[in-house]
Ligand binder design. Structure first.
Ligand code: C2O
Ligand code: CU
Ligand code: CU
Length: 520
């Protein structure tokens, strides 16, 4: 099977090259870390897979199937449970890896446009990080190799091509990557059927059940694209039969722009045990949890006391403060001007939502006690006194969102964006007011190493997203609310090369609210 795959991929590459059917995209990237370059490096993978990106059809709503673009996976080497397909979902396979494994992924692009994909949250070499300059055309293959050095946790993968990340993710390209390690094994967290995976995304459909994306209208680019239906693992408002037991619930906000303020119905408490970069030091009970695009949450859920047939819903509570004055800037929220400028969703950011239902069965699960202590990583995090401090204003200028006063250029790196491998910096993300009165909450993401939030200052007491923020633990994406300054301490990856940091509202990213940093 292995050889057949390779032959097929090779013949596809030849075909694409011979016909030039994908125009400019067919040209090999001179700088690319090609399969040829990757071969012969002596890298012996424990896990090897093909991840193919291709158009497909899935059933989402009753009636006609929906055309999507999606990842499908095929395991060539490694433990049989490495890839798990989510039934009925357009999402890519759930990839389960263990810390210490060496992984080779053969990304095969069968889309009609360039693509490349990124391991969100993972500390990988430059060649595996999915920079847009590495995008490949249809019929080509990109091989990436890395060793899993991240802590156990919930990570994910998604495309990262130039100016098309939002569109490709929206068409369905995303998947979960779950890392396990010995520290987590000891806790014996609920697993198997008691582990629920929830990827939250919002979409719009036309009358024929096809996805509707934005037309580049100004308001949708400024605010980010919002759908009017919430999908969990690609399904609208799913209901799951579950045991009256403890559950582990891993949530990814895979939406382009929507923020959620997560809560369980019936006042069931949210017990947060992990974030972007794995387990917290100890469980953190919250009434509600703010989850911005790109972020993940690891939760424990106690259903043990519930009678059979009880329903508990995963909800998003109403909030204000995501884009406080975007609509307000000319007093036109919902007014006729708004339609002229490209419209918006009839389910605005902050609208209350019901996303998923868990219905209990009579069956009880195994006994489980929430561990008092989850992880001892905090000892490894001294706030560094001699870190290099850098201010990064998040601003709106010349009708564009920008980072540190600049927007994305493919290879451009400013002096303050050049960092030494392994050095520690504190970057201060300052969500400043601007003369146009445009403001938005920006989830700022850094590639490579996870960071720690040193502190969060400023902002407004009226912002109801604040109460749900969790800054504890390792993060790779931090929500910076209007008027706030968030200081993040990061020790950069030991891998030299060109990496990215950007706003994870995908429309902001695609518009250029993204920059390179170079690790030297
Ligand atoms: Cu999840 Cu650069 O992205
Ligand atoms: Cu990332
Ligand atoms: Cu943004």
């Amino acid at each position: 099977m292995h050889r057949r795959d390779l032959l097929r991929l090779l013949s596809l590459s030849v075909l694409a090259g011979a016909t030039g059917c994908d125009g400019q995209s067919a040209s090999p990237r001179p700088e690319a870390f090609s399969p040829q370059a990757a071969a012969g490096t002596g890298f012996v993978p424990d896990v090897e897979m093909v991840l193919m990106a291709a158009p497909d059809e899935v059933s989402v709503l009753p009636g006609a199937p929906t055309r999507v673009w999606r990842f499908t996976g095929r395991l060539l080497k490694g433990p049989a449970d490495t890839l798990q397909t989510l039934p009925g979902s357009y999402l890519g396979p759930v990839i389960r890896l263990r810390r210490g494994q060496k992984v080779r992924v053969r990304f095969a692009n069968q889309l009609a446009e360039d693509s490349i994909f990124h391991w969100h949250g993972m500390d990988v070499p430059e060649s595996a990080d999915g920079h847009p300059r590495l995008a490949i055309g249809r019929g080509h293959e990109y091989v990436s190799e890395f060793e899993v050095t991240n802590r156990a946790g919930t990570y994910w993968y998604h495309p990262h091509p130039h100016m098309r990340t939002g569109a490709q993710v929206y068409q369905g390209m995303a998947g979960l990557l779950l890392v396990q390690d010995a520290e987590e094994d000891v806790l014996a967290l609920p697993s198997g059927e008691a582990e629920l995976l929830c990827v939250l995304q919002d979409r719009r459909f036309d009358a024929r059940n096809q996805l509707v994306f934005h037309s580049g209208g100004m308001m949708e680019m400024m605010n980010g694209f919002l759908g009017d239906r919430i999908l969990v693992n690609g399904q609208p408002q799913p209901t799951r039969e579950v045991d009256a037991a403890w559950h582990r619930v891993r949530v990814l906000n895979g939406s382009n722009a929507r923020i959620y303020k997560l809560a369980w119905s019936r006042d069931v408490p949210m017990v947060v045990i992990g974030g972007d970069g794995g387990l917290l030091e100890k469980p953190l009970p919250k009434q509600a949890l703010t989850l911005a695009p790109g972020q993940r949450a690891d939760l424990l859920l106690d259903l043990t006391g519930l009678a059979a047939g009880t329903e508990v819903h995963l909800e998003s509570q109403a909030f204000v403060g995501a884009d406080a004055s975007v609509g307000g800037m000319m007093g036109m929220r919902g007014g006729p001007m708004m339609g002229m400028m490209g419209g918006g969703s009839n389910v605005p950011n902050g609208a209350p939502l019901r996303m998923m239902t868990l219905r209990t069965r009579a069956r009880k699960g195994p006994a489980f006690r929430v561990p008092e202590h989850l992880s001892s990583f905090d000892a490894a995090w001294p706030a560094s006194a001699d870190a290099t401090i850098r201010r990064v204003p998040l601003t709106f200028q010349r009708m564009e969102w920008s980072l540190g006063g600049r927007t994305f250029e493919m290879r451009d790196v400013a002096p303050e964006e050049t960092v030494a491998a392994g050095s520690t910096h504190v970057w201060e993300f300052m969500n400043l007011p601007n003369p146009m009165g445009m403001e938005a909450a920006h989830p700022i993401h850094m590639h490579g190493r996870q960071f720690r939030v040193v502190d969060r200052t400023g902002g407004r007491a009226t912002n109801t997203l604040r109460a749900g923020l969790v800054d504890a633990g390792w993060r790779d994406t931090v929500l910076v609310l209007p008027g706030e300054t968030v200081r993040a301490q990061v020790t950069f990856t030991r891998h030299p090369g060109l990496y990215l940091y950007h706003c994870h509202i995908l429309e902001h990213e695609d518009m250029g609210m993204m920059r390179n940093f170079r690790v030297t």
